[in-house]
Design a protein. Sequence first.
Length: 521
Amino acid sequence: MMKLTPQYAVLPQPSLEDVAALASAGYQSLICNRYDGEDADQPSADRVAQAARAAGMTFVHIPIASPDISPADAHAMAAALARCPQPIAAYCRSGARSKALYDAAQNMGGHKQYDIVIVGGGSGGISCAASLLKRRRDISIAIIEPSDDHFYQPGWTLVGAGVFTPEHTRRRTQDLIPNGADWIQQHVRAFDPDQKSVSLEDGTRIQYRALVVAAGIKLDWDAVDGLNAALGDHGVTSNYRFDLAPYTRQLARGLKQGTALFSQPPMPIKCAGAPQKAMYLSCHHWEEEGRLGNISVEFHNAGAVLFGVADYVPALEQYIRRYGIDVQFTSKLVAVDGPAKTAVFAQTRGDDVQHVERKFDMLHAVPPQVAPEFIAQSVLADASGFVAVDPATLAHPMWGDIFALGDVAATSNAKTAAAVRKQVPVVAENVLAMLAGHAPVAHYDGYGSCPLTVERGKIVLAEFGYGGKLLPSFPKFLLDGQRATRRAWFLKDRLLPPIYWHGMLKGREWLAKPQKADLGS
């Protein structure tokens, strides 16, 4: 085997046993550059493909007869290199043709064109690809996503409470990519909307007719001095990370007395109710164990209100009183000293800002959240750093062939998975309308949902749109969202995870039919 780059190696014809060894060595993809029948004892490409797929690898067959590479062969190899998960191994009889083909692909500045390129393979990107393919099977789609794993992040609150196991919230990305879409496992480096292209970290350019940006939001752990170093130890945790949610459960179960602090940063953040959910579920556990009276609970909220939609505040205030929580508004976490078990909050009181130190036995911290750097530094971003979009059509105001959805979109709605579920069909409809030369045909009303878990077994189901308008999915007699109910808990605990995995990510738009409107030409 010869490694040409850390992500690409060539080798002579492997045996079927060698294929499994390649997978064990970490190779994600295998490219065959031989014609079948070159040698009498040569395994067929189909047999090697079966062995590769059985080992969890992507397999591509690009047969060439000699090291003299045609432009068509170079284009085919460039496309394979762009879409295949890395690292990649390629083979021929000796490895020479595979090396020549790689060099030709690199020298031509490998690029591939798709009808639709989706940046981000989280809930928004995968759901959008599935919804587009449900509507039209004949379009070409690429999903650019570097991560091996995909997470159901709304479940981390329940992991932190011991309701779900961590693995209940994780799947392999490759298992979720819709049939008919190519997965390009790379990072995006830059956008060139005038040339309708996206540049990847390896220099490859992917061209598109329509671009959908669903790149999520960045958790800025380093924005709080000392927080990153303290996480996972010294009683410092956060349900905003897959690996830390179990530590939340451990801390809540182990705390017998002392001080528990819960923080919420300034907006925007994903799932604005999540910082409170961790607090309420911990308090409910301490209440049931008879320990709540021995634990001082403080909620430090950088905002000025308990929840952004006033209609849901009375129900939450009942639990604030019930659990005896000391709520500190306009109190922002700015520093953490893990070994000293000390948190520092910048508290705005009138025109003054005071820095207050608080000792803790448990700290559930939520970091400030910003647009990913490659988005914020791009021409697509507005002043906030997020992708500029029309709030109704979710199309970019300058480039009508670019759309954004989910946390990365500069919209005023709550950044939740429920918002993504409603945005996806709007973008799917409007992308296909644009490709057909038409004006946008669907609009988004700002819907978002936040199941506020106030105790184990009860939830206040907040559903609202732009301007705080209430947008309940169910009649009030069936599910009253302005009070804590067991029906809302059943929805979150039992129904929403399978709806996510088997509905939303598969392009099934239950209770998410897009609104159609005449939005002009």
